[in-house]
Design a protein around this ligand. Structure first.
Ligand code: SF4
Length: 236
């Protein structure tokens, strides 16, 4: 499996915000978001091939209960299901951070997780054709898949995180939630709005607008604490 980085940090986003975690970032992604903050795992994937045992050995080096499988898109990484199963066998709590374009269960083989952190990509993510070439169309066709999102919500405990740029993003979120439909146990306070931005100033500028949107629609406001703490840098 091609791994971009493995590091120990504080979970900066979502329901487990603040929890010390080991992050395993796979390299490679089936999307090309305009504002991607990990281009070294998507637009220009870097990293080295690592065996399952090598990954586990590094994870064991940290005295840490929580492990986050992230990317890139971890669900396109060959061997991700085996890695999750091996981490579960070692008693780890597993979060999978995915854009939810690939179902948890493929060919009858599911992926184990304790928290599915689903981040479907809104229209604000689509890159310009001048930059992305044919990826613009691929991205646009792939980015939103209500049936796949529903499969994740039915498979286990999940949160839905949206990167929001402007108030105009809200109708797209509501339309998507309608298409996904009601899933027992999944409530609106598990829908998180996160400001788009990779620097503290931009996040602070957009924060009050998102707070208003959350108040009005019953969603949860989601800060990006790792950027406040460390800036937009690798290994955090
Ligand atoms: S899905 Fe994530 S890793 Fe892939 S391009 Fe979008 S932001 Fe980057």
């Amino acid at each position: 499996m091609r791994i971009s980085e493995i590091f120990h940090s504080i979970q900066g986003e979502g329901l487990l915000l603040g929890v010390p975690s080991v992050f395993i970032r796979t390299s490679g992604c089936n999307l090309r978001c305009r504002w991607c903050d990990t281009p070294y795992a998507s637009w220009n994937p870097e990293g080295e091939e690592m065996s399952l045992e090598e990954i586990l050995r590094q994870v064991r080096g940290y005295d840490c209960q929580h492990v986050v499988l992230t990317g890139g898109e971890p669900m396109v990484a060959a061997g991700i299901r085996e890695l999750a199963a091996a981490l579960r066998a070692e008693g780890k709590h597993i979060t999978i951070e995915t854009a939810a374009t690939i179902p948890p269960d493929v060919d009858g083989m599911g992926v184990v997780f304790d928290l599915g952190s689903l981040s479907p990509k809104l229209a604000n993510s689509t890159p310009d054709a001048e930059v992305a070439g044919p990826w613009k169309e691929r991205h646009e066709k792939t980015r939103l898949q209500p049936d796949v999102i529903r499969k994740w919500l039915e498979a286990g405990s999940c949160q839905l995180k949206f990167v929001v740029s402007q108030v105009e993003d809200l109708p797209e979120i509501e339309e998507l939630l309608n298409e996904v439909g009601a899933v027992p146990g999944f409530t609106r306070d598990r829908v998180l709005l996160m400001p788009e931005g990779t620097d503290v100033e931009t996040l602070r500028q957009k924060g009050p607008l998102l707070a208003e949107m959350c108040l009005e629609h019953g969603f949860r406001f989601a800060p990006r604490i790792h950027i406040e703490l460390f800036g937009n840098t690798r290994g955090t």
